[in-house]
Design a protein around this ligand. Structure first.
Ligand code: ADP
Ligand code: NA
Length: 327
């Protein structure tokens, strides 16, 4: 069959952003109809930044509920917490012994993050891409639906897989990146040259799926644009381009249709309408969120079940890996 194994994840820090949704989770939902999909809440990755233990536990559960609220269907995929499947850590070590310090040093995300967390440039931050490679390769995945910012990490994953296969014989398929045609990089509403991120200090630049309707309207009205006051999709108007991208991704309208719709209208109306599009999109999200968060027993069965299935698949791969390397 042409069913593929699909793996992806997001770090449980803060809450999901519109960038996470449009760049990744939207595609997860589309792929789960046709393929074998494994979606992880990569809680171990979040430990590269210090977390308050009690708050972290709550954030992890809230993240799972947010995945479900996005419409992911636990009957059609595997949803689980990375830390519940210990083979991630085991493969991380083995792959780390097949990764060069030099190649990790070239990762731009490491450079950016160590710039931001100067007081805590820990070894985990440096070897983060190895754990990510282990996440993907553990399930012998073929396809990884992520945003643009993960391109370099996917490249190193492919290099590590090829190196391992060359040394020990074919074990891992070489995974392919899957990014959306529109929206692979949603930008900050405040600094349209920078990607929207859940860990941005300027929260006005980030739309969180959990934001209230008032907050969304406020953030949209404050979105940085330019002085052209003419809705157009080009590099000279990055703020407006970003809003059109969000509008298009959430409504399915083409860029051309949107530009045409706002011909002769100023940014004011366009921003309010974009806020409205986001608010409408989030209505069913919020409804589902409330349903699940009030039914945590059911949520627990979902992630326990997910971990059980993931564990079995992971163990199948690890039996081969251990054997090949002589453990
Ligand atoms: P963040 O950078 O917000 O902390 P993660 O690193 O957990 O998010 O990424 C989760 C997924 O969301 C990844 O597939 C990533 O590529 C995608 N993603 C994150 N930010 C954006 C963005 N601004 N635009 C598009 N995709 C994004
Ligand atoms: Na990221």
């Amino acid at each position: 069959s042409n069913k593929k194994i699909v793996f992806s994840g997001a770090q449980p820090t803060g809450s999901l952003t519109m960038g996470n949704y449009i760049g990744a989770v939207k595609n997860w939902k589309e792929l789960e109809e046709e393929h074998h999909c494994i979606y992880s809440i990569v809680d171990s990755h979040s430990l590269t930044v210090r977390q308050d233990p009690k708050a972290f536990k709550e954030t992890c559960i809230s993240f799972l509920v947010q995945y479900l609220a996005c419409g992911l269907n636990p009957e059609k995929n595997i949803i689980y917490f990375q830390s519940h499947v210990p083979q991630h850590a085991e493969l991380n070590w083995i792959l780390g012994c097949n990764t060069y310090v030099g190649e990790l040093g070239r990762m731009t995300q490491f450079k950016d993050k160590s710039e931001k967390h100067k007081d805590n440039i820990n070894a985990g931050l440096f070897t983060y891409p190895v754990l990510m490679a282990a996440d993907i390769l553990l399930y012998r995945s073929n396809l990884v639906p992520v945003g643009d910012d993960q391109k370099q990490h996917l490249e190193i994953t492919r290099d590590i897989a090829m190196r391992f296969n060359n040394l020990y014989g074919e074990v891992f398929p070489i995974p392919e990146i899957h990014t959306p045609k529109i929206g692979a990089r949603i930008m900050s509403l405040q600094e349209p040259s920078k990607k929207m991120s859940k860990s941005d200090d300027n929260v006005n630049g980030t739309i969180y799926l959990m934001d209230s309707e008032d907050t969304i309207l406020k953030k949209m009205k404050r979105a940085v644009t330019d002085s052209a006051n003419h809705v157009a999709y080009n590099e000279e108007q990055p703020g407006v381009k970003n809003l059109i991208t969000i509008y298009s991704s959430l409504t399915g309208l083409s860029i051309e249709e949107i530009v045409e719709r706002y011909e002769g209208k100023g940014y004011g109306a366009f921003k309010v309408d974009t806020a409205e599009v986001v608010i409408e999109f989030l209505k069913p999200f919020k409804r589902r969120y409330d349903e699940y968060i009030n039914n945590l027993d059911y949520v627990e069965t979902i992630y326990k079940n997910g971990a059980k299935k993931a564990y079995e698949l992971a163990e199948e791969t690890m039996k081969v890996v251990r054997d090949r390397i002589g453990l």
